[in-house]
Ligand binder design. Structure first.
Ligand code: MN
Ligand code: MN
Length: 461
């Protein structure tokens, strides 16, 4: 049974909505290239949409009424948006949860060195990348440097047209006889991902490393920090440049970080588009650290979601531990993460009947995992039936898929973590080509259907 391509059903109004959504999405991608930037953008938009800070609501201690809208951004790297519903939270809430960290290359703690009159930053890649894809393309640095006195310096280099960009070099083909025989995983090694950031030794100096001294002078003048301050920095190297419409028909978007900002953005648009007071409380969640196992204080395994749930119960005058546990178990979630798009160039990696095709709508993965479904959430059939009905009733184009052919590889999401509360969770997202590459491809139709699907879920689950 094949699913229909969503593009075939659109009328003028839908196409207009889809295009406007795509423009907003490209803007979100361009201004949110790190988890911190995405969280900041979401907070800004939430405030514009009438959301108030959960932490301030806690301080004020006023009782929250149905319809109240709140945001919370743990450590500025994850975010939760809530609208309080008419029913008590003990009955459960409806959650859409994505992640806003993307594969990239991080700057090491002690990164700066000079070699052969070139200045480098040493790096450590983050998440699953094909390292050879990250050389010889323009790169930008985004992040923060925090000084001992707490001053936080925001850094963005390589995005403005007037900015310089940075680059990791590759060996010329003429001398690559040995390199070309290597396995793809070894063509570029992790320790070869060294970012060139300078190459002009200072004149009139006795300094031994005059090119590095020059760079440190520029950093001091422009950003007012010293080399030692890099010890307490989070600098992320990402592809430089904007997301672009792709295809002569402009049906796709080529961008950095579709995994998983496309789902995060679709969720956020869905909750902002909700009118009135929902029956059940709803939550839109962006987690950090998914690409490295959902660990750390801002990863999904941390307790911020559970804590916020408890705080909201308290603020609605209905908290006790037992009610909290019931509320979590009665909740329903879409774990919103990208899916592998079927790629005709690599057809043998997929099983066509159970693959996600670009343009055929939001994709549901009953399970992900690897080998014998190892590490997968494997949603309940009863829950899948309910979600199918919600999608069909709202006329949302959807498809179902597995992550590629059995026994070829696999992957995971945040689904299994939230399922620990005994809540119903299913993976749902947008199909991506070249996932985890510096530039990934999605279809605008899938973004649009994801947004519509997430809204239907929040309103009707
Ligand atoms: Mn993902
Ligand atoms: Mn990923």
């Amino acid at each position: 049974m094949e699913r229909e391509n969503a593009w075939k059903k659109y009328d003028k109004k839908a196409l207009k909505e889809l295009e406007a959504l795509s423009v907003r999405y490209r803007n979100f991608l361009d201004n949110g290239k790190t988890e911190r930037e995405c969280a900041d953008l979401a907070v800004e938009l939430a405030k514009k949409n009438g959301y108030v800070s959960l932490e301030e609501a806690i301080k004020a201690g006023e009782k929250l009424k149905p319809g109240a809208k709140l945001w919370s951004a743990p450590m500025g790297k994850a975010i939760m948006l809530f609208i309080i519903g008419k029913e008590p939270m003990e009955n459960g809430i409806n959650i859409v949860g994505a992640h806003i960290d993307s594969p990239r290359i991080d700057v090491k703690q002690n990164p700066l060195y000079e070699d052969s009159d070139l200045v480098y930053l040493d790096t450590h890649y983050y998440g699953g990348i094909k390292k050879y894809q990250w050389v010889t393309l323009p790169l930008a640095i985004h992040g923060v440097v925090v000084k001992k006195d707490g001053t936080k310096i925001n850094v963005v280099i390589g995005e403005d047209d007037k900015d310089p960009v940075l680059c990791i070099s590759d060996l010329l083909i003429h001398l690559s006889q040995e390199q070309m025989q290597k396995k793809a995983a070894e063509v570029i090694g992790g320790e070869e991902l060294n970012l060139i950031i300078g190459g002009r030794p200072l004149a009139d100096t006795e300094e031994k490393e005059a090119a590095k001294a020059n760079i440190l002078g520029i950093i001091k003048e422009k950003y007012d920090f010293e080399e030692e301050d890099l010890l307490s920095a989070e600098l992320e190297i990402v592809p430089a440049g904007r997301a672009r419409d792709m295809g002569l028909d402009r049906s796709m978007i080529l961008g950095y970080g579709h995994d998983d900002r496309v789902c995060a953005f679709a969720e956020m648009e869905a909750i902002f588009a909700m009118k009135g007071t929902p029956r059940r409380t709803v939550c839109c969640l962006f987690a950090d650290k998914e690409e490295i196992g959902s660990v750390g204080a801002t990863g999904m395994q941390a307790k911020y979601f559970e804590n916020a749930f408890a705080e909201l119960m308290a603020l609605t005058g209905d908290y006790c531990d037992l009610k909290l546990r019931r509320g979590l178990a009665n909740s329903k979630m879409l774990s919103c993460d990208v899916s592998a798009g079927y790629d005709p160039n690599f057809a043998s990696a997929f099983e066509r009947k159970n693959a996600a095709f670009l343009g055929r709508g939001v994709c549901f993965n009953k399970y992900t995992g690897s080998r014998g479904k190892g590490g997968s959430n494997d949603a309940n059939a009863e829950y899948m039936a309910e979600v199918r009905k919600i999608m069909d009733d709202a006329k949302v184009n959807f498809q179902t898929a597995e992550l590629g052919r059995v026994d070829l590889g696999g992957g995971g999401t945040i689904a299994y973590i939230c399922a620990l509360y005994c809540m119903n969770v299913i993976d749902s997202g947008v199909a991506v080509l070249s996932m985890h590459a510096p530039w990934e491809i999605i279809s605008k139709a899938d973004l649009y259907e994801a947004m519509r699907g997430y809204k239907a879920f929040l309103e009707n689950a």
